[in-house]
Design a protein around this ligand. Structure first.
Ligand code: CMP
Length: 141
């Protein structure tokens, strides 16, 4: 099924100058970026985006890190894009991620894990809407 998912290249990925490498992996993995922009979240915006994790002990560190520098947000489209993106990212903890995945190659800790991806269709819709207007999404496939 043709799906859309949200990807975030986190501040560590931007600082490491691997934006292009990550987008290359998405394209070669069969996904099309249908919207891309860079931004820097405020702490409050990071807290809103990760609201679902607000009770977790890592919430403060996560939202501080996510607002610590520029990020790149992408809406990706492709067959089974949500699962495909999760496969390309690898496990949340880079130490547990499979060989060949983005987090295994470039992640340095569970917080500095380079990329975020939506985990289900309803969250993908909400997360894409958090960053993009409908008119920003330009299907080119
Ligand atoms: P992400 O996919 O962006 O979703 C929430 C983030 O919280 C996750 O990636 C990790 O970077 C971060 N995080 C920190 N500690 C944990 C943890 N124990 N379990 C899950 N996510 C964590």
């Amino acid at each position: 099924m043709l799906e859309r998912t949200l990807a975030i290249i986190k501040p560590d990925g931007v600082r490491s100058r691997i934006i292009g490498e990550i987008i290359r992996r998405y394209e070669q993995g069969g996904m099309t970026p249908i919207a891309i922009r860079s931004t820097q979240l405020t702490k409050e915006q990071a807290e809103a985006f990760y609201h679902v994790h607000r009770e977790q002990p890592f919430f403060g560190d996560l939202t501080s890190f996510m607002s610590s520098g520029p990020i790149v947000v992408l809406a990706l489209e492709g067959e089974g894009a949500i699962l495909r993106h999760r496969e390309l990212m690898g496990a949340t903890d880079p130490a547990m991620a499979a060989d060949g995945t983005i987090r295994k190659a470039f992640g340095t800790s569970i917080d500095c894990n380079v990329v975020h991806g939506s985990d289900a269709p309803d969250t993908a819709d909400k997360e894409i809407t958090f960053f993009f207007k409908n008119t920003d999404l330009c299907a080119i496939t």
